[in-house]
Design a protein around this ligand. Sequence first.
Ligand code: GLY
Length: 379
Amino acid sequence: MRHLVEQAINNAYEIAQRSLEDFRGGFPTTYSTNNVYGKATNYEWTPGFYTGYLWLLNEYKENPSFLAVLEEHIRSFRERIDQKICTETHDLGFLYSLSCVAAYKLTGDEFAKETALIAADELARRFRTNGQFIQAWGKLDVPNNHRLIIDCLLNLPLLYWATEVTGDKKYHEMAYAHLKTALPNIIRGDYSTHHTYYFDYETGKPSYGATHQGYKNDSTWARGQAWGIYGIALSYEYTGDDSLIPLFTGVTEYFMRYLPIDSIPYWDLTFTEGDEPRDSSAAAIAVCGMLEMKKYIKDEVYCKKLEEYIERIISSLIKNYAAKPEDTTNGLLYKGTYGRKSPYNDCPNHGVDECVLWGDYFYVEALMRIYKPDWKMYW
Ligand code: GLY
C-alpha cells in the first residue's frame, strides 16, 4: 500500500510540475473539459483547492517553483477578500483554509493569518441567529435564501481555527451552533442525507430538505454524503463532542453500502450499477474523513473496518481513476462530476465525467494522510 501511495504522489507531483505554467497568474478552472483545465481568475469556490494541493506536494518534496506560485496565490486571496470578489458565500472556508490558513500553519506567515481572519469575519457575518445556521449561498436577508447545505460542514474549520488563534470564542460558538442545527435536520433516520435544508424565515424553525445537485429530493447526492462524513470528522477534531461518533459511523456505513463493485460511487447513491457518471471526488473526500476519524475511534473492530474501507477506496482511485504523467491531462483525478441534470433537480449539467479541482485536492490529501500519518491538516 505504501509503495502504491508513494508512486501515486510522485505521479501527481510530476503532473503538477509540468502544468504549473498552464495556470501561472491564475488558477485552474473549476472542472476540466475533456480532462484539460483552462485558466481562471480567483473567482469561483474552487481556487483554494489548487493552492491546497500545491502546499501538500511542496510538503512532500520542497519545490521553489511551487513556492513562488504559492506566494502569488496568497496575495491573490488577500485581494479577493479585500475587494469582496465573489465572497457572498459560505465557501470562504474552502477558499481560505486551504490557502491562507495552510500558509500560516506551515510557514507562520502573519499576512496569510490576517487574511484568513478577514475571511473568517466575512463568513461569521453569514450566521443567521434566526435559525442558528450559516446561510449557504446568495444575499442575506432574502427569505428564499434562508437555508444551509451539507457542504458547509467543511467551512466550519475556518471558524474553529479563528477562535484558536484569536481567543475570541464567538467563531467557535457559531460553528458549533451551525453543526447542532445542521446535523439533526440534514441527516435522515437511515443516515442518508439531504443536500440542502430550508428554514422558516420568520420563525427560524426547520422547514424542509431538498436537493440541488442530487438526483431528487429524497435521494442521496454522493458528494453530499461524503461532505457529511468528512465534515463530522473535522468538527470532532475541534470539539471532541462524542455524540458525533455514531453520526459519523452512520453516514459512513450508508455511503459504503451503496458503492458499486469498484468502491467509487456514482454521482448519486441511487445508482449502484449502469452507465450513470461516477463522482471520484466523493470517494476522495470520504476517505479523508475516514482517515481523520480513525485517529479518534476507540472501537478496534470498527477501526479495522475503516482501514479496510480506506484501502479499498484509495487502491481503486489510484489504479482506476488517477492520471498518469504520460497522459494528456493537467488534472490529477479523472471521473468527477460537478453537477448532473436530472428530471427532478434544478442543477445544470456541467463538469460531468471530468477532473474537478476539489477531487484533485482531496485525492492528494488522502495520499498525504497515508504517506505521512502525522500530517497536520490545513483545516
Ligand atoms: N460545494 C459545492 C459542491 O460540492 O459542488
